[in-house]
Write a protein that binds this ligand. Structure first.
Ligand SMILES: C[S@@+](CC[C@H](N)C(=O)[O-])C[C@H]1O[C@@H](n2cnc3c(N)ncnc32)[C@H](O)[C@@H]1O
Length: 246
């Protein structure tokens, strides 16, 4: 099918992209506790934590409020850093919790929530995370949906698996009818999208300075009976893991 026809179909199905589902999913529960484990706040008590790809800083601020000695939110988008700083000030934690686009401070714990599928160079991010961790430190990475999930294309999943059916060129041309940032590749949209699969993720960890202490593949609730080693790329909603240094 030509790109033009694909774009026409996409425009007919979805004239403007819908918002990707977000915080309301947690229904007032702590996202940190859900993604990193119920004992997470005991683990960070008195510790220095880096939140990699912290967005507007809500999780970093929660960690500062709930016992971390020091929290550094790491983010590449300046406008998000500014918002996060304002939020920390309003929450009264700006002494403990800072937001930066680079840091040399070492941490006991590094976390990265819902960001790993957005990093342009995830292997390099793992290297930086490893370098910023104390020798006995641990990293928590939680992301999803992975690329082969029905909605793994984020805004490009105009229906389940649409991002795998239509070409990147057609999807980006469809997006350019309502977004004017000039992006022509998935990786160029604001915040990035690196098409992360479970296989690629575990391969990246194997080639990194980390080893997996715990890996949880959270199934899509409605497909949990069909979730197994063969189907997991398509039936996993989220990847959660705890990493330690090799
Ligand atoms: C989907 S948001 C998640 C934000 C936050 N962790 C949360 O869970 O709400 C992913 C974030 O990663 C940030 N990001 C992408 N590449 C990055 C990089 N190389 N270094 C730091 N942050 C990055 C994006 O700007 C974006 O704010």
């Amino acid at each position: 099918m030509t790109t033009n026809i694909q774009v026409r179909i996409l425009k007919a199905i979805c004239p403007v992209a819908a918002d990707f589902p977000s915080e309301s999913f947690y229904q007032g529960k702590s996202k940190l506790a859900i993604q990193c484990g119920e004992d997470f706040f005991d683990r960070i008590a008195g510790k220095t934590v880096i939140d990699f790809g912290c967005g507007e800083g809500d999780d970093a601020i929660e960690m500062a409020r709930r016992g971390a000695r020091r929290v550094i939110g790491f983010e590449i988008r300046e406008e998000l850093i500014e918002t996060a700083r304002r939020k920390a000030l309003a929450a009264g934690v700006s002494e403990t919790c800072s937001f930066e686009s680079s840091t040399k401070e070492l941490a006991d714990i590094v976390i990265s929530l819902d960001a790993f599928e957005h990093f342009a160079d995830p292997a390099e991010i793992l290297r930086i995370m490893n370098a910023l961790l104390e020798p006995a430190g641990e990293a928590f990475i939680s992301f999803g949906p992975p690329w082969h999930h029905p909605l793994g294309g984020h805004i490009f999943s105009v229906f389940p698996w649409a991002h795998l059916i239509f070409s990147e060129k057609a999807l980006m041309r469809w997006r350019s009818t309502f977004k004017t940032d000039g992006a022509t590749r998935f990786g160029e949209v604001a915040g990035g999208l690196n098409q992360m699969t479970i296989k690629r993720f575990t391969g990246l960890i194997q080639g990194s300075g980390f080893e997996i202490a715990r890996l949880e593949l959270v199934p899509i609730r409605k497909l949990r009976l069909f979730h197994n080693r063969l189907t997991r790329e398509f039936t996993t909603a989220a990847v959660r893991c705890r990493l330690v240094k090799r």
